[in-house]
Design a protein around this ligand. Structure first.
Ligand code: AMP
Ligand code: ZN
Ligand code: FE
Ligand code: FE
Length: 272
């Protein structure tokens, strides 16, 4: 039982189809699943019926790259009305196109020729494009040996070809999720290195926090569970599975407790 509430399909930067993700949930004996693509909710509609037929409760999910005073913060949205975030997501996908152009210009200045067409051609199913798609082209063209190197040398935060781009503020992301009838969760809080930033974020209107993440150590899990209890936040969990582009993160390596799954499913069912 339990559920993987954080994974990506090939509609963003994962490599599995939505149905393949449902199959992985079935094989893991999970009672539920949420596909949290970056800035698109298309996977939900596609896999909904298949999940239902196979007894998997598919909860609408999304991951929104947001900004808190210049710092990158990921906000997860769950159990919203399934089409109520379409416009919000598509607005940010357009901003991503502009950001990607700047990244490609920066790469070109350093002698690495990558065109938008090459990025699209290599990931034809993607609806949201970002740095992992650009990284894959850098690998196929031999500029780097793997995606990790692409991030470490050029695309990671603060590296020479990094571009932040325009982002939603964390408050805007939370508000949009709430307006769509959903619940907002602070994603992978252990990756936020500044303690003051975590404290500031915990004062915002989050409903939950991702206390179980990928291969997080048990001591870290406990720390975030305690934070959740102190701040009256529900606890979610997931693997952040991306398929073969991030081979070190396995589907089902972390999962959410059944009570959270029930809470989110009942919330979603109340307005579905
Ligand atoms: P973007 O949405 O364009 O900012 O890209 C962020 C995504 O890149 C994350 O959600 C991860 O999937 C991926 N990513 C970030 N850092 C790395 C890394 N070092 N290696 C592989 N993928 C990464
Ligand atoms: Zn991703
Ligand atoms: Fe994330
Ligand atoms: Fe993610």
């Amino acid at each position: 039982m339990g559920a993987d509430l954080h994974c990506h399909s090939l509609y963003s930067d994962g490599t599995s189809t939505p149905k393949e993700l449902v199959d992985l949930a079935i094989r893991s004996k999970f009672s539920a699943l949420s596909i949290t693509d970056h800035d698109t909710v298309s996977a939900f509609d596609e896999a909904r019926l298949y999940a239902h037929e196979n007894g998997v409760r598919l909860i609408p999910g999304v991951e929104i790259s947001s900004d808190h005073f210049g710092e990158s913060v990921h906000v997860l949205g769950y159990a919203f009305k399934s089409d109520a975030l379409d416009e919000f997501c598509s607005f940010h996908r357009k901003r991503r196109v502009e950001r990607n152009k700047v990244i490609l210009e920066k790469l070109q200045k350093r002698g690495m020729e990558v065109s938008e067409e090459e990025v699209k051609k290599l990931s034809p199913s993607a609806i949201t494009y970002g740095r992992p798609h650009i990284a894959q082209v850098l690998v196929t063209k031999g500029y780097v040996t793997d995606i990790g190197e692409a991030f470490k040398r050029y695309l990671g935060e603060g590296k020479s070809c990094y571009e932040k781009g325009e982002r939603w503020s964390v408050e805007e992301a939370i508000e949009a999720i709430h307006k769509a009838g959903g619940m907002a969760v602070l994603a992978h809080p252990h990756l936020i290195k500044k303690g003051a930033l975590v404290r500031a974020l915990l004062d915002l209107d989050f409903d939950g926090i991702e206390a179980y993440y990928a291969s997080m150590l048990p001591a870290e899990n406990r720390r975030w569970v305690e934070v959740a209890i102190r701040h009256k936040l529900f606890i979610t969990g997931g693997s952040d599975f991306h398929g073969s582009v991030k081979p070190h993160s396995f589907f089902g390596s972390s999962w959410a407790p059944e009570e959270t799954v029930d809470l989110l499913w009942n919330h979603f069912s109340s307005h579905a």
